[in-house]
Write a protein that binds this ligand. Structure first.
Ligand code: SF4
Length: 336
């Protein structure tokens, strides 16, 4: 039996590879909400959310977002500010702006596009996302290439290849009859078995096709480009409340968002003691943010008093959301 298998593997390497990979995926895939649907709208929302955010963080947002916007029509006719408010906490807000723009494009065109080029022409959809939606929702033969797939392919071939070479190789390996399962299986393999450090090769369904495993070079691939050093910075955010209203300013980034004032913006404020602290990272900046209550006279220029009851209707920055949660938590634990 083993000899027959080795023969088939040598003669039909791609067929065997696909069969092993997809068979493994069908048995071991994680149960994720966007895998329970064939609806392109829901698959598209998941792909956009997953672009820069981890699966575990996306799940609750995905479910809440779809409850709030169950159809593309509903999303298209909601004002942008409310879409941004529903996106708050996921970060990278240009994704939400593009999602809203694309929803309008889809409605104007009379439905979700069903070709690769049609999907690729939507706002915020790049090559990877177009291939993912085209293959998963419409069964079109386009290979996806994300960080996980790059890692798997580099190791299978034991090559520090260029992106173009990896894309070509992924397309060559793709099962043209089952592109949806194949693509999801490749990504799942990278996410759960072919890990960046110390891959679980003994559990890998395609270990017999892996050159890096054979040579013991798994941890050296893919070759990473140099990373920028992280800057560590401190900030003090002020919670200024008066008559059931909260003092907020417009954030410079993301545009259209609200944020708590920084201590330096309100030099005349009377500060209370620091009530809490938390860490917050944005790309190469690692902030240690302190939160304190403060009082001001009148209404400082450039700021707005927003009724506390209506805060949820406004998009607020992630740092501000964390600061308000941190303060509430500290104050309620002090009262308990
Ligand atoms: S054998 Fe190991 S390195 Fe090769 S693809 Fe599988 S998990 Fe990755």
């Amino acid at each position: 039996m083993r000899i027959i298998f080795q023969y088939i593997n040598r003669m039909f390497p791609k067929t065997v590879f696909r069969r092993l990979l997809i068979g493994w995926y069908e048995k071991h895939q994680r149960d994720l909400p966007w895998r329970r649907t064939g609806d392109p709208y829901r698959i598209w929302i998941a792909e956009i959310m997953l672009q820069q955010t981890r699966v575990a963080a996306v799940i609750p947002f995905y479910e809440r977002f779809l409850e709030r916007f169950p159809s593309v029509e509903k999303l298209a006719r909601t004002p942008e500010e409310q879409v941004l408010a529903a996106w708050a906490g996921l970060g990278y807000y240009s994704r939400a702006r593009n999602l809203h723009k694309a929803a309008k494009q889809i409605v104007e065109r009379g439905g979700f596009p069903s070709t690769y080029d049609g999907i690729r022409s939507l706002a915020g959809v790049g090559d990877y996302t177009a291939a993912a939606i085209a293959s998963i929702a419409f069964g079109l033969p386009y290979a996806v290439v994300d960080g996980n797939v790059i890692r798997v392919v580099s190791r299978l071939d034991n090559e520090a290849a260029t992106r173009a070479r990896i894309e070509a190789r992924a397309q060559e390996l793709l099962d043209p009859k089952r592109p949806s399962l194949f693509n999801q299986a490749m990504m799942e393999l990278g996410a759960t078995v072919c890990l960046p450090r110390d891959p679980l090769c003994l559990l890998c369904p395609v270990q017999s096709s892996c050159e890096a495993r054979r040579r013991g070079t798994q941890n050296e691939l893919p070759v990473r480009s140099g990373r920028k050093a992280t800057k560590r910075l401190k900030r003090l955010l002020l919670v200024v409340e008066k008559g059931g209203r909260l003092l907020m300013g417009q954030a410079s980034r993301p545009k259209g968002f609200w944020e708590l004032p920084e201590a330096g913006q309100l030099p005349a404020a009377v500060l209370g003691s620091v009530a809490g602290e938390f860490r917050h990272s944005i790309t190469h900046h690692d902030y240690r943010i302190s939160v304190a209550r403060a009082q001001v006279r009148g209404g400082p220029p450039g700021f707005t008093w927003i009724p506390l009851k209506k805060i949820d209707l406004h998009p607020v920055t992630t740092a501000t959301r964390k600061a308000l949660a941190c303060l509430t938590e500290k104050e309620s634990s002090r009262k308990a």
